[in-house]
Design a protein around this ligand. Structure first.
Ligand SMILES: Cc1cc2nc3c(=O)[nH]c(=O)nc-3n(C[C@H](O)[C@H](O)[C@H](O)COP(=O)(O)O)c2cc1C
Length: 344
């Protein structure tokens, strides 16, 4: 018997699917979700996910291999659907025996879900609406993540609470749905589990864990920030659809506005097509996040963070974060927080 029997019972389906002790995923965070954090999360009973981001197939191969030297627990790999080498990356995952692949950043291109499933891995997709969620499940997705606009990084327009109410009552009984965005404490986890979620995904809460390689200045910016400072980027040109990004407000936020204007001009002049324009925007974010998270440039880099950043105020080992989340959830469900349960 575990010490969190009510929470564990509600997480059982999610745990079985993930092969983990708790159905708490640490969502992939570019540059941050690398071997150390991913292995620490999985070793602590959560489910770590490598952020492939813009990595080449060779780099991803090395990252998966290195992660496997740090943990023998299951972990996933997050691939961005617009990556030009998506199918090669899928092959790398297959070759390395990755058990779960998360497809992020848009509707999976034709053949990608099948290619992953043929390797024996499970496919997890992001569902931005109920209709798309149903379509993704019909196309072979084994599980869905619904992520609200409170989240850090690239976001959709709808809040987690509304998405959960729209999607969980229809899909959660027969399918595995994980809820993400704005979760900072276990009470919120308990609420989504009671609504039928198979588990949850957090990013912001784990970004500053002791095991995270994020730069100390990046972590400090998180500890100081409140929810209202984690703002969504704005689209300046209606012809250039950019996916909003939630990050702490700084000079980099303004530089993004200038970048959009520059790219819109290139589009006007016919120097780039829409696909290239969007790729330039994505490359901007990847570079800006690296500058903040790895180099510690919190002035002009992008400090991607969700609104739950106000609940992150110190560096803690992953084991303590997961233990606190489970205890809070258990207490909210009326169980005894963290108390050991003696098997009868
Ligand atoms: C710094 C940072 C980088 C992120 N990078 C990615 C990414 O590369 N791919 C992805 O699918 N999600 C990314 N996300 C989203 C997380 O995986 C996760 O879904 C999200 O953080 C959950 O919401 P929360 O921030 O409110 O906990 C990122 C989030 C943060 C904070």
């Amino acid at each position: 018997m575990t010490a969190h029997s009510k929470t564990s019972a509600l997480m059982a389906r999610g745990c079985e699917f993930l092969g983990s002790e708790t159905a708490i995923l640490c969502g992939a965070m570019s540059w941050v979700s690398e071997r150390n954090l991913v292995a620490a999360i999985s070793n602590a009973g959560g489910f770590g996910v490598i952020a492939c981001g813009a990595m080449t197939p060779a780099l991803l191969d090395a990252e998966i291999a290195a992660t496997k030297t740090l943990t023998d627990k299951p972990f996933g790999v997050n691939l961005i659907t617009m990556h030009p080498d998506l199918f090669e990356l899928i092959e790398v995952c297959a070759k390395r025996g990755v058990t779960h692949v998360v497809l992020a950043g848009g509707i999976p291109p034709k053949g990608s879900v099948e290619a992953i499933k043929n390797s024996g891995a499970k496919v997890i997709c992001f569902a931005p609406t109920l209709a798309l969620g149903k379509k993704l499940l019909r196309s072979g997705a084994d599980a869905l993540v619904i992520e609200g606009s409170e989240a850090g990084g690239h976001i959709g327009p709808v809040s987690t609470s509304v998405l959960a109410q729209e999607i969980l009552p229809t899909l959660a009984a027969d399918h595995l749905v994980f809820v993400a965005g704005g979760i900072g404490r276990g009470e919120a986890i308990a609420g989504y589990l009671e609504m039928g979620a198979a588990g949850v995904q957090l990013g912001t809460r784990f970004a500053c864990a002791s095991e995270s390689v994020a730069h100390p200045a990046f972590k400090k910016a998180f500890f100081r920030a409140s929810a209202r400072e984690a703002v969504a980027s704005v689209q300046v040109d209606p012809r250039l659809p950019v996916i909003p990004v939630r990050a702490l407000k700084n000079k980099g936020t303004e530089e993004f506005t200038a970048k959009q204007v520059a790219v819109a001009k290139l589009l006007d002049a016919g120097e780039v097509d829409m696909g290239e324009a969007q790729l330039q925007i994505e490359r901007f974010w990847a570079g800006a996040l690296r500058r903040a998270a790895i180099d510690g440039d919190i002035e002009s880099g992008s400090i991607m963070a969700g609104q739950s950043v106000g609940m992150v105020n110190k560096e803690e080992p992953v084991t303590e974060i997961i233990a606190a989340l489970m205890a809070e959830s258990e207490a909210a469900l009326g169980g005894r927080a963290g108390a050991p349960v003696i098997a009868a």
